[in-house]
Structure formats: structure tokens, C-alpha cells
Ligand binder design. Structure first.
Ligand code: SF4
Length: 328
């Protein structure tokens, strides 16, 4: 059901008069690399494929593309995120074709909202289901449910990313998340403090976040408290364009030092436990993608927290006001 349509991307590349393409493919699509390259070559393009891991549109390899003599980047699977380009970047997002599942999930959402007497909602989703949001809005409004698709900053309207919930900042008290997984709905809740309803168009399930949000906050507090015991910290910065936060890293270094901690800053492209071997710090502060310290924290031998969580660690904020990073 996930579809990648290269037609518009090829048109965009031709319009940009690009001949030599630097291709970035997300991990989930790597097995289709040869097929994709064949299609591009059949359209007269020369392709160099980047094989380093690529998890988001924040990871645009402009320097590498130019080093390889390429005149454009084709970035698959994500929507535009990085604003300053020194080389044309064409995006080809992956999109779900839900077929009749869309009607079914719309009916499930409508019935749920009517039962719960909710008459105003904000609508959010990820890039893969984005084309369904205006249709969902239309259907809900037919039933008298006011539906708002919030303005996105650096993302499409209604779109959420693990590091960007700008489009969820709407006046409605309830936010519908059309999609799968828990990470984004948790992010919406902890960046807006609103009720989030997950409507999964793949499994046709609808549910609230009640249990998960309590479990999530308990995990975060536990991790931050473990990190608090450390005396030596490693602040991790990535060189990835859309995730680089040197200014924040320097500020956090000062904040921690004022609190009697020892701090060193380490830079790398891909942050992983392996890249940190040999470092004796007792805790890591991640300034790159927030998912590293949320989805993957158990892969690290020392407690790893997000830079936005340092204020809880040094007692500047208390856990009642816990918010996930919103970067835009
Ligand atoms: S920083 Fe992380 S969540 Fe944000 S776009 Fe990049 S990969 Fe996605």
C-alpha cells in the first residue's frame, strides 16, 4: 500500500536541468535501490546513491553531493525540511494508498467523536497519509464536527515529525492523529498537553493515549534521574544539517557547569553507542534527533537524554511541566 511515485521528481530534476543525481534513500526503502536507480537511469539521469543511514528530511547531504560532482539531490521518502539549499533538492515522499480503508477509518472516527460528544478537533498525520487530511476534514465537517488542519512551520499543514509538532498547536482541545505508532501521538500530547486520539488507518483501530502517556513520562523521569547522578557529561552533536545544534550545546554546557558538572562536547554524523566507545562520560546529552534518546535509549550503556530535558535535570523546571522538544 505504500507507494513511491518518481514521475514528479523526475520532472523536477529535469526542470532543474540536473544530470548527475545524488540519491538519498531512507532505510526502509534500501532494498528497492536498484529498481529506483534503473528508473532514474532510463530517464537519462546519472545516479550516485548514498548508502549512509538516512532517517529523515533533516539529513540532507549537500556537501557530499557536491563532492561527488552531482548537480541535484533526490531525497526519497520525506517532505521538505531543510530551508537553505546550496544545490537543488527534489523530494519524493512515500504515500499510502488506503483504498476503501479510508472510508472505514473515517466512519470509525466520526462515530467515536459523536459518541464522545466531541465537536471540534485538530487533524494531524505524517507525510505518508498527508493527502488524506483534507478529505477527512471534509467528511467530519459534513457531520457537524469542526476540523482544523494547523499551519505547519517548516512542515506541511497538519504534518507532524518527531521533532516538529507546530501543526498541532491549534485551539481545539482534542487532536486526531491519523497514522500508526505511538511516538508521534506522544509527541503531540507532550507538546500541546491536549487529548490525542490515534486513528490507525492500517489496523482500523481507534484509541486514546491514556496508559501510554503515563508510562512514557515515568520512563523519562527515571532516565533523567539516572542522568542526574552523573558528574561527567558528553554532549553529542551531529553534523547532519537539519539536526545540528551547536548553539544549544554550548548553552547546555554552561548550564551544567554552573551546576558543578564536567562537560565535553563530541561531534559526529551518525550518533550510536559504537561512536561513543572510549568516552568515559557517565551520561550523554543528545542535541540531535530526539528519537535517538526516546526510541533508542536502551541501546546506550549510559543514560542518554535530550538537551531539552536538561532543565529538569538541573531543577530549573519540574516534571509537572514536562514538554517534548518542539523545533521549528
Ligand atoms: S530530527 Fe529526527 S524526527 Fe526530526 S526530521 Fe530528522 S529524523 Fe525526523
Amino acid at each position: 500500500m505504500l507507494q513511491l511515485d518518481l514521475t514528479n521528481a523526475i520532472k523536477g530534476l529535469k526542470k532543474a536541468k540536473a544530470k548527475n543525481i545524488f540519491l538519498q534513500i531512507p532505510e526502509g526503502l534500501k532494498t528497492k535501490t536498484e529498481e529506483i536507480v534503473n528508473e532514474l537511469e532510463e530517464n537519462g539521469l546519472n545516479v550516485i546513491t548514498a548508502m549512509d543511514p538516512c532517517y529523515g528530511a533533516c539529513d540532507i547531504k549537500q556537501t557530499e553531493a557536491k563532492k561527488m560532482g552531482c548537480d541535484a539531490i533526490l531525497h526519497l521518502g520525506h517532505t521538505k525540511f531543510v530551508e537553505k539549499n546550496s544545490i537543488p533538492i527534489i523530494y519524493a515522499p512515500l504515500k499510502y494508498n488506503l483504498g476503501e480503508r479510508f472510508e472505514r477509518i473515517t466512519k470509525i472516527i466520526t462515530e467515536y467523536l459523536i459518541d464522545e460528544k466531541i465537536n471540534e478537533v485538530g487533524l494531524t498525520t505524517t507525510a505518508q497519509f498527508l493527502n488524506y487530511l483534507p478529505l477527512l476534514k471534509k467528511e467530519l465537517e459534513k457531520e457537524g464536527i469542526k476540523s482544523v488542519i494547523g499551519k505547519g512551520k517548516r512542515v506541511e499543514d497538519g504534518q507532524v515529525l518527531g521533532c516538529n509538532y507546530s501543526s498541532a498547536q491549534v485551539s481545539a482541545k482534542t487532536i486526531i492523529y491519523l497514522g500508526d505508532g505511538l511516538f508521534h501521538p506522544l509527541g503531540i500530547h507532550f507538546s500541546t498537553q491536549k487529548n490525542v486520539i490515534i486513528a490507525n488507518p492500517l489496523t482500523l483501530e481507534i484509541k486514546t493515549l491514556d496508559e501510554e502517556k503515563d508510562k512514557f513520562i515515568r520512563q523519562r523521569i527515571l532516565l533523567i534521574e539516572r542522568a542526574k547522578n552523573a558528574k561527567d557529561y558528553a554532549i553529542l552533536i551531529t553534523t547532519k544539517e537539519g539536526q545540528n545544534r551547536i548553539t544549544e550545546a554550548l548553552k547546555i554546557k554552561k548550564d551544567l557547569e554552573k551546576n558543578g558538572k564536567k562537560v565535553k562536547i563530541y561531534s559526529m554524523d551518525f550518533i550510536s553507542q559504537e561512536s561513543l566507545l572510549g568516552i568515559n562520560a557517565e551520561s550523554y546529552i543528545n542535541t540531535a534527533c530526539p528519537r535517538i534518546s526516546i526510541d533508542d535509549y536502551f541501546n546506550y550503556k549510559k543514560p542518554i537524554i535530550n538537551y531539552t530535558e536538561v532543565d529538569y535535570l538541573i531543577g530549573k523546571k519540574n516534571y509537572d511541566e514536562y514538554k517534548l522538544a518542539i523545533i521549528y
